[in-house]
Design a protein around this ligand. Structure first.
Ligand code: FE2
Ligand code: FE2
Length: 316
């Protein structure tokens, strides 16, 4: 039997590449290149931060939901997002990351989260449109991640995707209900769609030509499709849904292209994405401040839990 210690760096690298080539999963105990570990930690942390920060725009409406039924649905949805954050932080610890350190990096602006959560939610229609478009875009992004090469991430994603489909359905159902209501409600839905459409398309990240990490992530099978492929898939999926709902997207260039078999769409304002990602979106400061406050206010809970665990350990 060969001890692992006797394997050379080249053997380990070859074994890693072989595992990826056979479409098998890399597990926490396996050797992996440092760059792979770092990329995985960054991606999982960014994803976890997005789930947690993503609770804020909709959480804004929990106390003002228009009925008990809507409140129960919204509470369940926002709570799911907290759970998604927790699965993902747990997955990151299997790579040697430390959750407190990741939270610290988020609060100090050294790690990013999805640009989409820096937009405000002024009306209740925003809750529906976030479910439909934002969770819908998240599903497009995340379904292929169920086959991501890192085992704990791929497995977390399977459960997350099931919950995201519920999020998408509740949003669409809410919008359907509003569209059957008054003119004012229909206008509210259309206004929310107008505000969220372009930021939703930006969720897929920069165009392929300007996405330097895509090639390596595809080679490692962390990512299965490029940003532009996923964005196109999302547009193609959303247009018939908008028609069924009775709303339009704010893009005069959006039209079916029979030759390509896809919808063409207008140019995205990439300067807006850059601005929002670099911290200058409508709600960036507010989101981070709120997260910082929650972290401070929760300090006593973490201390009490640690003291309790120490006491239990001592008595055992
Ligand atoms: Fe989520
Ligand atoms: Fe969600």
């Amino acid at each position: 039997m060969t001890a692992v210690a006797e394997l050379s760096e080249e053997d380990l690298q070859a074994h890693f590449e072989h595992t990826i080539a056979r479409d098998q999963r890399i597990e926490p105990r396996d050797w992996m290149p440092e760059a792979y570990r770092k990329t995985m930690i960054r991606q999982i942390a960014q994803h976890a931060h997005s789930e947690i920060i993503g609770m804020q725009p909709e959480g804004n409406w929990i106390t003002r939901a228009p009925s008990l039924r809507r409140k129960a649905i919204l509470l369940a949805k926002v709570q799911d997002e907290a759970g998604h954050g927790l699965y993902l932080y747990s997955a990151s610890t299997t790579l040697g990351a430390d959750r407190a350190d990741l939270t610290d990096k988020l609060i100090n602006g050294r790690q990013k989260y999805s640009s989409i959560f820096n937009y405000p939610t002024p009306t209740f229609a925003d809750v529906g449109v976030i479910g439909w478009l934002v969770d819908g875009a998240a599903i497009c992004n995340q379904v292929p991640l169920c086959r991501s090469s890192y085992g704990p991430y791929a497995r977390a994603m399977i459960r997350i995707c099931k919950e995201e489909s519920f999020h998408q359905r509740q949003g669409y159902e809410l919008l359907m209900t509003m569209m059957r209501g008054t003119d004012a409600q229909r206008e509210m839905v259309q206004d929310a769609v107008n505000r969220w459409w372009w930021p939703s398309l930006m969720m897929f990240g920069p165009p392929d030509a300007e996405s330097p990490n895509t090639a390596q992530s595809m080679a490692w099978k962390i990512k299965r499709h490029t940003n532009d492929e996923l964005r196109q898939r999302f547009v193609d999926m959303s247009v018939p849904q908008a028609e069924a709902l009775g709303v339009t997207f704010p893009d005069p260039d959006l039209k079916w292209n029979a030759e390509r078999g896809h919808y063409d769409f207008g140019e995205i304002d990439w300067s807006e994405l850059k601005r929002v990602i670099s911290g200058d979106g409508p709600c960036n400061a507010e989101r981070i401040e709120r997260r910082r406050k929650a972290q401070e206010e929760g300090a006593w809970v973490r201390e009490a839990a640690a003291a309790h665990a120490a006491k239990k350990g001592a008595s055992a």
